[in-house]
Design a protein around this ligand. Structure first.
Ligand code: CP
Length: 330
């Protein structure tokens, strides 16, 4: 098995074997982070650029750590200190970075489709580090690796994904992967935070206790408060009363159920502190596995020979914020 794609733009369309190959490759990188000297020469002489147009703690830091543990040079660019503040377009920024011959470009952007847009226009592997409400493939891969570490399987699992499904790129990537791997998916949340297509992704529940009943894995989502301007919820208090994962709600899940959350967490809003910090919580394991997953992805893509871009029409518009699942990932 080999990963033959030039980019990692999403998990939609990847086969079960490709997803398992990515997870297995990540698994093999885990032990490097447990060493005294956490560095191998695998990507010596390679350059990775991280271009972050949205805030990030875990993803940005772990890509940088992953690159450095593989001996790649890592350059981090935040939109707030880049020439995008002077009006430079995303495409011009990316073309200028590509002209410096990096071996991989990692991008986070608030517009769904931004990584796909660039991947068609620059001759450098592109990794999607989260685009709008579309996909966050490395997050789903680290979620799956963490589940497999603890539950010891990825098929014959019932996974309840709970909360702000509508705005969640984490959900979309996980749904694609979990379905490819044969897991049963439940989407749990208030009707206003469930997209119309949720019924096609899995079982839909509007009641937290019903949604988590006998689930093996509960994946809690951050309530994306920055996107709540359109009255998706009557109030934060009401949301937490019905959808906060408390110890009482967790008791409905399967014995030995595990709890995940991509972070950052809103304590007391979507998850109670004693659950977030409890024995069932794998939140810190997810963060640890994030480094291994990003090492695997950089290893598989940055070693690739440069390939010419498939240039799209010059007049194509830059992607706008579109909080919907793209029908077709590039
Ligand atoms: N899970 C996640 O993407 O976290 P950050 O926004 O901090 O990167």
């Amino acid at each position: 098995m080999a990963f033959t794609h030039q980019h990692l733009l999403g998990l939609e369309g990847l086969s079960r074997d490709e997803i398992l190959f990515l997870i297995d490759t990540a698994d093999s990188f885990k032990e490097i982070s447990e060493r005294d000297i956490k560095k191998v020469p695998t990507l010596r002489g390679k350059t990775v650029v991280g271009l972050f147009y949205e805030a990030s703690t875990r993803t940005r830091t772990s890509f940088e750590i992953a690159a450095k543990r593989l001996s790649a040079d890592y350059v981090s660019i935040a939109s707030s200190t880049s020439s995008s503040t002077k009006g430079e377009t995303l495409l011009d920024t990316a073309r200028n970075i590509a002209a410096m011959r990096p071996d991989c470009l990692v991008i986070r952007h608030n517009a769904s489709g931004a990584p796909h847009f660039l991947a068609q226009r620059i001759d450098c592997p592109v990794v999607n580090a989260g685009d709008g409400a579309h996909e966050h493939p490395t997050q789903a891969l680290l979620d799956l690796l963490t589940i497999r570490d603890h539950v010891k399987r990825l098929d014959d699992l019932t996974v309840a994904i709970v909360g702000d499904i509508l705005h969640s790129r984490v959900t979309r990537s996980n749904v694609h992967a979990l379905k490819a791997l044969g897991a049963r998916v439940r989407l749990v949340g208030p009707p206003t935070l469930l997209p119309a297509e949720a019924a096609a992704w899995g079982e839909v529940h509007n009641d937290l206790h019903d949604g988590v009943r006998n689930a093996d894995v509960i994946m809690m989502l951050r309530l994306q408060r920055e996107r709540q301007g359109r009255n998706f919820l009557p109030s934060l208090d009401e949301y937490s009363r019905y959808f906060c994962l408390t110890r009482a709600a967790l008791s409905a899940a399967a014995p030995n159920a595990v709890v995940l959350h991509p972070g950052p967490i809103n304590r007391g809003v979507e998850i109670a502190s004693d659950v977030a910090d409890g024995a069932e919580s794998l939140i810190m394991d997810q963060v640890t596995n994030g480094v291994a997953v990003r090492m695997a992805v950089l290893f598989l893509l940055a070693n690739r020979a440069r390939q010419p871009s498939v240039e799209a029409p010059a007049v194509a518009a830059e992607p706008a914020e579109a909080p919907r699942l793209r029908r077709k990932a590039g």
